[in-house]
Design a protein around this ligand. Structure first.
Ligand SMILES: [Zn+2]
Length: 491
């Protein structure tokens, strides 16, 4: 038996000015062929699970491509075409089953608003009878094209996502059961007009927890093979953005439909609970100032690069400095120009320069606003460090050339590349001990939790500027279906 296994993952923030070329999907683009197999085997990812499931039945594994890019603006048409051609090329050769590790919120420039649905449609055309299993992120925006062109769809059940491998293992296993004729999957899906905010999608809290639990409850029915409760990705101006559910039963279409609507009903009844309310920035910083004991996390979540943001807006730091906060570690700020200037100036040099604010954000009508600062070049590194935190443990991360710029009140980590602060290494690798600082200004939304929350005395959400904002009034939606809550006031 031959199984084609591939990965094409991108969460597209259609408001982001950050480009997404082919090169974004790996160290120097996606892994191809044998390289994809070697890179992804034994990883705790859906594609890693697919490989294990396939090998457990001694199938021949064909891995045409594996690529994962961090959230950013729409994917380039060229990159998308290459993914599609590689996957379809492999399927056309000889293939019994197809397992795909996709995200479910990919938008492609000049091609499609539904990257995954369009790919699946092309695959179905090329191989009309070959069963397909798909794993998706919890932030997928499900479309009819995805559901109509796949046999099995399984989404992550957790956010932060800690069940990537389990999701792939389940999807792969169900596909094998289908292949052996042991089950007859009936898949139903539906969505509700609710544009939930990702900050309200922590699956261990509040309404999101109840929604996820209702999906888990439905799986206790032996006829239900899997139920996926998707949060959706709201920074996507596409018709199908928002919350949806997919339920697969063994040969019971009616049950799949009713479970699907009952799961969604749990979310809809509490729709207000999925909308994030920002505290004004001034107020948040002044609250942070009133707290005695550090470290205090200042979470500049709108500029989080893992939501597609530019990671160079300076509004929150400006406010913190204006209100007189001191002993702040900031990081990282992406500003290759400043890195170049500071490295040329050399270690120990005193420099005045504009920091950050180099990128305009036309989709939210904001121009980049650098912050003029004077300070000393305290450290220069190549920006690489090994992750010791619980996520991506052991992986070597690279921030590009990196400088610590010390203004007296703030030690700012300035990098060449985007880097989510998901590990203390963003500070420790450049000589800053985060536990010793009063304030840690992090451009983080969710992934500070496993590593920075345990060392923090307090955390304060700071409504700075950025295309990862949870203030939906900042975005000009044109293509999304209407009415939808909270853009429209529906009951
Ligand atoms: Zn996600």
């Amino acid at each position: 038996m031959k199984i084609v296994i591939a990965q094409m993952e991108h969460e597209t923030n259609t408001f982001s000015p950050v480009e997404t070329p082919w090169e974004s999907f790996g160290p120097s683009g996606p892994y191809i062929g044998e390289e994809a197999y070697r890179a992804m085997k034994s990883t705790k990812t859906p594609i890693g699970a697919f490989i294990d499931v396939a090998e457990s039945v001694n199938a021949e594994v064909i891995t045409p491509v594996a690529g994962f890019a961090y959230p950013s603006g729409p994917v380039s048409g060229e990159a998308y075409d290459r993914f599609c051609n590689l996957i379809i090329g492999a399927i056309q050769e000889d293939c019994d089953l197809i397992m795909l590790d996709l995200h479910g919120a990919m938008v492609v420039k000049d091609r499609t608003l539904d990257g995954e649905g369009t790919l699946l449609g092309k695959i179905r055309e090329a191989a009309p009878f070959t069963p397909i299993a798909v794993s998706l992120d919890l932030h997928a925006n499900i479309t009819a094209a995805m559901v109509n062109n796949a046999n099995i769809i399984v989404g992550y059940k957790t956010y932060p996502h800690i069940d990537m491998y389990e999701t792939g293992a389940l999807a792969g296993d169900l596909l094998l059961q289908l292949h052996r004729g042991e089950i007859n999957p009936k898949m139903s899906w539906s969505n509700i007009p609710l544009l939930a905010q990702t900050l309200k999608m922590n699956t261990s809290e509040g309404a999101m927890k109840e929604y996820a639990e209702r999906a888990a409850l439905s799986e206790q029915n032996p006829k239900v093979l899997v139920s996926s409760a998707f949060g959706g990705f709201p920074m996507a101006d596409i018709p199908d953005a928002g919350m949806s559910a997919v339920v697969i039963t063994n040969d019971d279409e009616q049950l799949a439909r009713t479970e699907c609507s009952e799961i969604l009903e749990v979310a809809w009844k509490q729709k207000e609970e999925f909308i994030w309310e920002d505290t004004p920035l001034k107020e948040a910083i002044s609250h942070a100032k009133s707290l005695a004991e550090g470290p205090i996390l200042l979470l500049d979540h709108p500029d989080n690069c893992a939501t597609g943001a530019t990671q160079d807006t300076m509004t929150t730091l400006r406010e913190a400095l204006e209100q007189g906060l001191t002993d702040i570690a900031v990081g990282p700020i992406r500003d290759p120009e400043a890195v170049e200037t500071l490295i040329l100036a050399g270690l120990g040099a005193q420099v005045s320069l504009p920091v950050g604010g180099k990128t305009d954000m036309p989709a939210i009508n904001k121009k980049g606003e650098p912050l003029q600062l004077t300070g000393i070049v305290k450290n220069i590194t190549d920006g690489s460090y090994v992750i010791t935190g619980p996520q991506f443990t052991g992986v070597e991360a690279s921030m590009g050339r990196t400088v610590v710029f010390d203004t007296g009140d703030a030690e700012i980590v300035i990098t060449e590349k985007l880097q989510e602060p998901w590990d203390r290494g963003v500070f420790t690798s450049v000589g800053i001990e985060p536990t010793q600082k009063k304030y840690l200004l992090l451009k983080s939304r969710m992934y500070f939790r496993p590593v920075f929350l345990p060392i923090a005395k307090h955390s304060v959400y700071c409504a700075g500027v950025g295309v990862g904002s949870s203030d939906w009034t900042m975005f000009n939606y044109e293509k999304i279906r209407r009415p939808i809550f909270p853009l429209d006031n529906i009951k």
